[in-house]
Design a protein around this ligand. Structure first.
Ligand code: IVH
Length: 707
């Protein structure tokens, strides 16, 4: 982009022309960065062009333009939207792909609540809008805040933008003191088409689909741009409320409609599975003519008291499910099969495809899972695709379901080239050459190189900086790859991230002068890293990327041990399978032996232990605060035994956990309360011996105030 000719050699007319060009280019780059959220060049290129502009101006002061970039461009980078912590997490939905999944969803609810098979369970059914969710907070009837979903816990403050959406009332009369309305922002097909026509006419890049257009429009730093975009909003739920809206889902959504929100006209209430499924078919048949994108039908239990009893899993409600429409299909050529090495060493085959559009998105890669899958063998050992294997050169059918990675559904053997050979799965890591081993009972072959394998190390770090983990702004997959191989400022393990600024300061060649970096972006990165030096124990554990230790296991461990010091000590003590620490670890409810072994291996001397310690030294790992719940059972370890008569075991456990109690499967000196129903045996005896408080179910219900 930059003119190579040295500034000193420029003629006056060349300088004039170049200054005009630079003024235009830098102004466009600035607008793209600040207001369109779509940079057209990186910081380093921007800085280089600005420097060149200044140099030319210094040599030809008389040519300095009125709209000179030195005067107008380069304002400090706005840091985007403010963050909003949702008063109640914004959840996502579990998916059902067929009628059996829906039947199982209903059966699961009945089991959880202990209801008979024939108990009636009214549910609502409504379209699943393909947009982005938004939470609107009204206080005394006035819209005070609008926030995107973000990671569910923290979203972005887009209040100014939401105020420009016609479907969103600014004031509501007759509203509860606090009312959080949740729903979906979307764009109709007609508005999307018109917007794209305008974008193209103005020389801009068209949006790939209405969902992207809606997301791009809502996330504009300049609300006047959002105002010019035709966004709409359907209300379908709520967050915090100072007063219940109704005692049914249908009633509550009806109230939202009365308050002036748009609600979906296809929402209806049904009494049984068949009726739900026929409404699903009905909505599916209307899909093409609705005028906006939907990708399924959402079923919700209508009775809000039952919804409250069912509660939530870590990210999804137990009382709702999204019944997705079948994925779109397309045929294309399989050009190559590459092997990628993941953070746990798994060798994952990836299909490289001739690009094809599936459901509005261009697909050129698809996952092939593992070697059995390529050979036509499913997870249970039975044939898939009628036993057809997948070969390079094949004509394959690809599908995409929602955000899910594309997959291969079928192979057309009639088009298979005569010379296509069976795919030979490598038995060595393509990256580091270590042998790749497939354990008994595991469908996946893994590189045995551990952190010596660059691919594993890089993938682990990509995971480490990703959104659900350390979430370091400005340090994404691309930067991790760059730093890993950087001779002057390498990041070989997570601890290195936190010494980056210090090492850069000591280096002669600074990060800000590197290709792709500038002063601003380097400073921003160091600040983003510093901002993450303090981290909760649960998030720290999850970020380590230990196999089987995801968000849920990390939370269980963090809750159980409370502090890094306690957990660290336990990891050392529990290396001996005969130790009490080992037994204590295995007794954590919800943590299986496989997880425990994987965790202990990471903390063993020949594991990644040293690298974990180096990281911990750079951080302030925050204790997991005692549960904020004021319940008398918060922080207590409880054990259920015998038969419960008022609720199922699953409900009792979830309820206790939601009040901040730890539920354990076995009685030990750490148990605070044993809830013993009829038929309690050895556990009750042991508790009595240990002097632990034993109560019955009724006493427990009084304690947690549900009677
Ligand atoms: S209910 C706790 N209803 O789908 C219940 N969600 O895949 C949360 N969505 O994050 C959502 N239409 O953005 C609900 N009628 C509908 C919906 C809907 C679209 C979105 C929503 C949610 C995502 C989950």
């Amino acid at each position: 982009m930059i003119n190579e000719k040295p500034v000193q050699q420029l003629q006056e007319d060349e300088a004039r022309a170049e200054l005009a060009q630079l003024a235009d280019l830098l102004a466009r780059a600035n607008a793209a960065y600040h207001t369109q959220d779509a940079p057209i060049m990186d910081d380093a290129a921007f800085d280089a062009l600005r420097r060149r502009n200044s140099e030319i101006e210094a040599l030809f002061p008389n040519l300095k333009r009125l709209d000179s970039p030195t005067e107008h461009v380069g304002a400090p980078v706005a840091d985007g939207f403010g963050k909003v912590t949702h008063s109640q997490r914004m959840m996502s939905l579990a998916n059902a792909f067929d009628a059996d999944d829906v039947a199982e969803f209903l059966a699961g609810i009945r089991r959880y609540l202990g209801l008979p098979d024939d108990a009636s369970l009214p549910l609502t059914a409504e379209p699943k809008i393909d947009g982005l969710s938004l939470s609107l907070r009204y206080e005394r009837g006035r819209l005070v805040q609008a926030a995107t979903r973000g990671d569910g816990a923290v979203g972005e403050n887009v209040t100014a933008n939401a105020l420009t959406i016609a479907d969103i009332p600014h004031h509501i009369s007759d509203a509860p003191e606090v009312l959080e309305v949740r729903g979906e922002v979307y764009m109709t097909h007609a508005d999307f088409q018109a917007l794209n026509d305008r974008q193209s006419a103005a020389g801009g890049k068209p949006f790939a689909n209405p969902r992207n257009a809606a997301a791009g429009s809502l996330r504009q730093l300049d609300a006047s741009i959002t105002a010019a975009r035709p966004l709409r909003f359907f209300a379908y739920g709520w967050g915090s409320l100072s007063m219940p809206l109704s005692d049914t889902q249908m009633g509550a959504v009806g109230r939202l409609a009365q308050m002036g929100f748009s609600t979906n006209p296809l929402m209806q209430r049904f009494d049984d599975l068949d009726a739900l499924l026929s409404h699903y078919a009905q909505i599916e048949s209307q899909r093409a003519s609705l005028g906006y994108d939907i990708d399924g039908v959402v079923y919700k239990l209508d009775d809000l008291a039952l919804q409250a009893r069912l509660g939530f899993r870590s990210t999804t409600p137990r009382w709702a499910i999204a019944h997705k429409f079948p994925a779109e299909l397309a045929w294309t050529w399989l050009q190559a099969i590459d092997i990628q090495v993941g953070r746990t060493g798994a060798l994952s085959p990836v299909a490289r495809l001739a690009p094809v559009t599936v459901g509005g998105v261009v697909v050129s890669n698809a996952t092939l899972h593992n070697e059995d899958y390529i050979q036509g063998i499913g997870g249970d050992g039975a044939p898939i695709r009628g036993g057809k294997d997948i070969r390079v050169g094949d004509w394959v059918q690809v599908y995409r379901a929602g955000d899910v990675i594309p997959k291969i559904n079928d192979v057309d053997l009639s088009k298979r080239p005569a010379d296509a050979a069976r795919f030979e799965f490598p038995d060595h890591c393509p990256d580091c050459g270590s042998s790749a081993i497939r354990d008994d009972g595991d469908a996946v072959r893994r590189c045995s190189g551990g952190l010596v394998c660059p691919a594993q190390a890089i993938e682990k770090m990509k995971y480490f900086v990703s959104r659900g983990a350390f979430d370091i702004d400005g340090l994404g997959a691309k930067q991790i790859e760059g730093f890993y191989n950087d001779p002057d400022l390498p990041i070989k393990e997570p601890a290195d991230i936190f010494t980056l600024a210090q090492r850069d300061a000591a280096n002669l060649t600074k990060l800000k002068n590197r290709l792709g970096w500038g002063d601003q972006s380097a400073q921003k990165l160091f600040a983003a890293i510093d901002a993450r030096r303090s981290i909760g124990l649960d998030r720290f554990l999850a970020a380590l990327g230990i196999r089987h230790v995801g968000e849920v296991a990390a939370k269980l461990l963090a809750r159980h041990f409370g502090s890094w010091a306690a957990l660290h000590q336990a990891m050392q003590d529990a290396q001996d399978p005969g130790s009490a620490a080992y037994a204590d670890l295995l007794a954590i409810d919800g943590l299986g032996a496989v997880t425990v072994h994987s965790l202990l291996a990471s903390f063993s001397q020949d594991g990644e232990y040293a690298s974990i310690l180096r990281l911990a030294q750079q951080l302030q790992i925050m204790d997991i605060a005692a549960p904020s719940s004021s319940s008398p059972v918060a922080g207590k370890t409880v054990v259920f035994t015998g038969t419960l008569e008022k609720m199922t075991r699953a409900e009792a456990k979830a309820r206790a956990e939601s009040l901040g109690a730890k539920v354990s499967g076995s009685v030990s000196s750490k148990t605070d309360i044993l809830i013993a129903g009829p038929g309690a045996g050895s556990k009750a005896k042991k508790a009595a011996e240990l002097g632990i408080k034993v109560i019955d179910e009724d006493a427990w219900l009084i304690m947690i105030e549900t009677v």
